[in-house]
Design a protein around this ligand. Structure first.
Ligand SMILES: [Zn+2]
Length: 137
């Protein structure tokens, strides 16, 4: 039986279960550039083993820690990260209204999915903003 492997890359901020991921990217270089921009310290390589009927037979993932570089000169603004607690899809936003729009669309398109919001600031790292949709309402 024929199988093939598809590989893609994500930028991520930690190796924890509850991490922010951004991507996917086709090459490690693209993921690394994005990780640097976001201040993320890790890459995650996903390998999907795909069977003859295009079914995913196996998923492997490997974390790669990026070598530390000095922080860029000049302030990096806070970034907002949305992550769906149900399916794991993530996005990064500059403004809170963009995060709201993303969450609205995602929850509209995927019934019963629940999007969580995180704020990433240099120094403090990633912090969940609890009950953010209720606050916005
Ligand atoms: Zn979802």
């Amino acid at each position: 039986m024929m199988t093939r492997m598809e590989t893609f890359w994500m930028a991520c901020d930690s190796t924890e279960q509850l991490r922010a991921e951004y991507g996917p990217f086709h090459t490690r270089a693209e993921a690394e550039v994005e990780a640097r921009k976001l201040g993320f310290g890790f890459l995650l390589r996903y390998e999907h083993v795909i069977g003859a009927e295009d079914d995913i037979q196996e998923v492997r993932c490997v974390f790669i820690e990026l070598p530390q570089r000095p922080a860029p000169v000049g302030g990096i603004r806070r970034k907002l990260h949305t992550r769906c607690a149900t399916c794991g899809e993530t996005a990064v936003h500059d403004e809170s209204w963009q995060a709201e729009v993303w969450a609205d669309i995602h929850e509209f398109e995927h019934t019963r999915h629940r999007v969580r919001l995180f704020e990433l600031t240099r120094g403090e790292g990633l912090k969940e903003i609890i009950d953010w949709r209720d606050q916005c309402a």
